[in-house]
Design a protein. Structure first.
Length: 179
């Protein structure tokens, strides 16, 4: 084996290990963004393909997860910008178990309300409140200013409050300055 093929085999093994550890988390983040498991699979595959193609340039430090999240969010937003790409949703199934202590019907209502939020606002809400990223980390992931993150978060939360009414006030975070 040549040095380059040995190096490539090592990179492939590193990537395979990273993929095995992170694929479920990335897929669930993609699902929270798009609301469809099949589309989430497509987003996950696209993200890991882009990651694999750039693998030789990437450092394997803590920034790798942030980079992967950024790729998923950007791919999701790019898909949403393509007006010609319309998907037919054949089913309206609730999310899989694992969304906390909420009852299944609560999850369905919450998911339906989240799906009414604009894609960029939904991306901000998922990164901020599901992935627990700070305003600054969310801004870095979306390549926008912290002020944009705050305003998109406020608008997204307002949409959720409007859709849910008084039914779930404890489930919608207050949009506090810098929160």
């Amino acid at each position: 084996m040549s040095d380059s093929s040995i190096r490539q085999a090592g990179q492939d093994a590193d990537f395979s290990d990273y993929f095995d550890r992170r694929v479920d988390s990335v897929r669930f983040t993609a699902y929270l963004l798009c609301g469809d498991w099949h589309e989430a699979e497509d987003l996950t595959q696209a993200a890991f393909l882009k990651l694999y193609l750039a693998w030789h340039r990437l450092s394997r430090g803590p920034g790798l997860d942030a980079y992967t999240r950024r790729v998923v969010v950007r791919t999701f937003l790019a898909d949403r910008r393509r007006l010609w790409r319309k998907r037919e949703h054949l089913t309206d199934s609730p999310p899989e178990p694992g969304l906390g202590d909420a009852q299944p019907e609560d999850r369905l209502v919450l998911w339906q309300a989240l799906s009414a939020v604009a894609p960029k606002q939904r991306a901000v809400l998922v990164l901020r409140y599901w992935n627990d990223l700070s305003v600054e980390d969310t801004a870095a992931a979306l390549k926008c200013s912290p002020g944009t993150v705050k305003s998109q978060s406020a608008k997204g939360l307002a949409t959720l409050r409007q859709r849910l009414g008084d039914r779930y006030p404890e489930r919608i975070p207050l949009d506090q300055e810098g929160a």
